[in-house]
Design a protein. Structure first.
Length: 164
């Protein structure tokens, strides 16, 4: 009876206004931390790299930037309508189980989604990107996130600047 009554007290919003206010403040802080004012942090279907010819072109004529254990292979695609096409890959050589490969692909996609403004702002023409995870070490999400930011900044430095 006492346990049941204590749950009923917690559900009443008037008894815990401080807890709700702290939650809202935290939620607002998280939004401002990751929210880019000029670009949505999404990874829509039209940004996904699916074209086999573009992927073949990327690995034959593309350039790359690395920040161990991540590698970003890219190629300009002038006849494309979308400014970004992006794909991720994790080697079967390092992660034999599909569950492990899928986990790291999800992490890479999320890191791209949150940091794509770093590369999208410096593009003067449409590009295709392939984001590769190249080690058998199991890095944490935070380590991969930091390496992604460093890699995208390194890519932005390689791009020619527009002086308008």
């Amino acid at each position: 009876m006492i346990l049941k009554m204590s749950w009923q007290l917690i559900d009443k919003p008037l008894l815990f206004p401080l807890k709700r206010n702290l939650y809202n403040c935290f939620k607002d802080f998280c939004k401002t931390l990751y929210l880019c004012p000029h670009m949505k942090n999404t990874y829509p279907k039209h940004e996904k790299l699916k074209s086999k010819t573009t992927i073949d072109l990327m690995f034959s004529q593309g350039k790359s930037v690395s920040k161990y254990p991540l590698r970003l292979v890219y190629v300009p695609i002038p006849d494309e309508k979308e400014p970004l096409k992006f794909g991720v890959s994790v080697s079967k050589k390092y992660f034999k189980k599909a569950v492990d490969r899928n986990y790291f692909k999800r992490v890479l996609r999320e890191c791209y989604r949150l940091n794509k403004a770093l590369i999208a702002d410096d593009l003067t023409q449409p590009h295709a990107f392939m984001f590769l995870y190249q080690t058998k070490e199991r890095l944490s999400y935070q380590e991969i996130f930091e390496k992604t930011q460093q890699l995208f900044q390194k890519f932005a430095e390689t791009q020619p600047k527009d002086d308008k």
